[in-house]
Design a protein around this ligand. Structure first.
Ligand code: G6P
Length: 593
């Protein structure tokens, strides 16, 4: 969480930092701040609220070629002006922006910084003051390394030193940081998106790396202070890849991109009818007696759907693991476990914690991510990408679809089952999603019916229940309606008590075996006042059903039914006037545990 950008060079630093921060707002948007060099001074502007507001309160009258900026997702301390970054050290020599969490900051305050004053509730001020503390008898980079050596937790740090306004200092551990280079200067940022337009090449910093950055060069160091060689790679991302186009919201654009994402994955992962995935990965999975899927949020729910594929197609049992849970409570493992980590960002802290524990135990790990070069990519034994393109809306849509598609292709490859024509079935899914788009007006009508609800339920059984979990997450995160995804048969064991006059209960009925029983469960709620809504497939549909999707292979229906639910959530959010792409309290990339 939190996005940081720094620039040193010959161009207008303010422009580069503000444009970068706007692109990084998906990482958090509680407050924003910048520190800019104005001749021989550092000027700080910061406040609660978005980058647009920061722009309004920042002085644009002076030229500046060096600065750092921050957009915050509050962890330590309320989102207010005082807690906003950048933070000064006590003597105002050092200015710091920080992404991450310092776990031992309270202890460090007492043990090392008893004589220092603290103005904010943040852990970051401790870093600024530790650097000041050590700098009395060592160089700035050594003071930063020394500080890093006693910090427990995660940090991507940018540091400015009043005594040397030609140098930007950088430190990195456990949260992402990239250094981009161009003819006019160096830009540092939490995500490559912020480098687009300002760098031709970039490097991804590894953990416990430090850099001294001048406008035309980078000196990379390890924690012991030794210089390290490095290579820059070409920055291929362009502004077009991250543009909103004619859309009002990224979320709708990303929903609409889904058929294209599926077709792209078919091209990437099939050669003719054969699965095109490294045979070693497939062999390792074949040897497993249990697959452990580790993920958070939407990625976890994509993993849940894949349980169906691996168990039915490959006959390998699957255990779903909430990353934050197994991080400190690893399940009893089978003899030959195989771990699959699913993460859109590739940076989710809880997943990284589990991945590191797996590595220590020499367990096989495969990562499925949307971010080439992410931390999870680097840590896992093997990686498969979902090639969904940048997903910018906080509520994940196309990544979920792409994760399920990749998982289905892996399962097909592992099973080596020639009977399932997955490639053809996936092509039909892409067409069926386009059919859903033709029904957007009907979906808007459903949204109107539920917009004023306090609570809502999605119900289904089996594979439909798995979709219900993701559908409920979508609705709650952007509409703020309390929604639960329930196994339809389980509802009557407690939660049916919450049904009131008009409570929306949306049943997903795409499976022949469970269709009628799910409908009965829906009727049980309607008898108690619920507003029943049905999403079904053509072959199972009844005349009164609200949304009917085209038939596709039964195991792939989640890829179509979820699109209806994504659109319901989207339209409800729009009707409520919510900030669809940046819902309250959330961040897209959760880099703290
Ligand atoms: C956050 C995002 C979710 C995402 C989850 C896991 O909560 O808002 O959309 O599903 O993190 O993120 P990951 O990048 O690991 O898939």
């Amino acid at each position: 969480m939190c996005g940081i950008v720094g620039y040193i060079g010959t161009k207008d630093a303010r422009e580069i930092i503000f444009n970068g921060l706007k692109k990084l707002e998906y990482r958090g948007y509680d407050s924003a701040g910048v520190a800019l060099v104005n001749k021989n001074k550092i000027e700080i502007y910061k406040d609660k609220g978005r980058v647009n507001h920061l722009e309004e309160i920042t002085d644009f009258s002076f030229n500046t070629n060096f600065g750092i900026g921050h957009t915050r997702w509050a962890t330590h301390g309320k989102p207010n002006m005082i807690n906003s970054h950048p933070h000064f050290s006590n003597n105002k020599r050092f200015v710091v922006v920080h992404n991450g969490v310092i776990e031992n900051y309270k202890k460090l305050k007492i043990e090392k910084l008893a004589d220092y004053d603290f103005y904010s509730e943040t852990d970051t001020e401790v870093i600024a003051n530790l650097i000041e503390h050590y700098s009395s008898d060592m160089s700035t980079i050594d003071a930063i390394r020394k500080t890093a050596s006693i910090l427990e937790g995660s940090y991507a740090l940018l540091v400015m030193d009043m005594m040397d306004l030609d140098t930007l200092y950088v430190a990195k551990n456990k949260t992402p940081l990239l250094i981009g280079k161009s003819e006019h200067g160096i830009t540092v940022a939490s995500d490559s998106m912020a480098l687009v337009g300002y760098a031709d090449s970039y490097m991804y910093l590894n953990d416990l790396r430090f850099a001294i950055i001048k406008k035309d060069r980078v000196i990379l160091k390890d924690i012991l202070g030794f210089d390290l060689d490095f290579e820059m790679q070409d920055l291929k991302l362009t502004n077009l890849d991250i543009a909103k186009g004619n859309y009002e919201h990224y979320m709708l654009k990303e929903i609409d991109e889904q058929p294209g994402v599926i077709r792209n994955l078919i091209d990437k992962y099939f050669v003719d009818e054969e699965v095109n995935i490294d045979s070693e990965i497939l062999s390792k999975i074949r040897l497993a007696d249990r697959i452990y899927i580790v993920a958070c949020g939407t990625s976890l729910y994509a993993g849940t759907v894949s349980k169906y594929f691996f168990e039915r197609l490959c006959k390998i049992p699957v255990e779903l693991c909430i990353a934050s849970e197994v991080a400190y409570n690893m399940p009893l493992l089978s003899k030959n476990p195989y771990f699959i980590f699913i993460s859109q960002s590739g940076e989710t802290a809880d997943c990284i914690t589990v991945l590191k524990k797996c590595k220590k135990r020499n367990l096989h790990t495969l990562a499925i991510t949307n971010s080439l070069n992410s931390s999870i990519d680097h840590l896992a034994d093997d990686v498969l990408h979902i090639f969904a393109g940048k997903e910018i809306a906080v509520a994940s849509t196309k990544a979920y679809i792409a994760q399920i598609v990749v998982l289905s292709i892996i399962a097909k490859g592992v099973a080596n089952n020639r009977k399932t024509n997955l490639k053809n079935n996936l092509s039909k899914v892409a067409l069926a999603i386009e059919d859903v788009f033709n029904n957007k007006n009907l979906i808007k009508e459903v949204a109107k019916k539920i917009v004023n609800a306090k609570d809502a339920f999605y119900i289904g059984r089996g594979i439909d229940y798995y979709v219900c979990q993701e559908a409920a997450l979508k609705l709650k995160e952007i509409s703020y309606i309390h929604t639960e995804g329930y196994a339809s048969g389980e509802l009557k064991h407690g939660s049916i008590a919450l049904i009131e006059e008009g409570t929306p209960v949306i049943a997903i009925c795409t499976n022949e075996e469970t269709n009628m029983i799910t409908r009965s469960n829906l009727i049980e709620t309607v008898s108690r006042g619920a507003l029943g809504i049905v999403i079904s497939t053509e072959s199972l549909s009844q005349t009164s059903d609200d949304i009917v999707i085209s038939d596709v292979a039964s195991y792939l229906t989640p890829l179509v039914s979820i699109v209806v639910c994504q659109l319901i959530a989207y339209y409800v959010s729009v009707l409520k006037g919510n900030d669809v792409d940046k819902p309250k309290n959330l961040a897209k990339s959760v880099t703290v545990e």
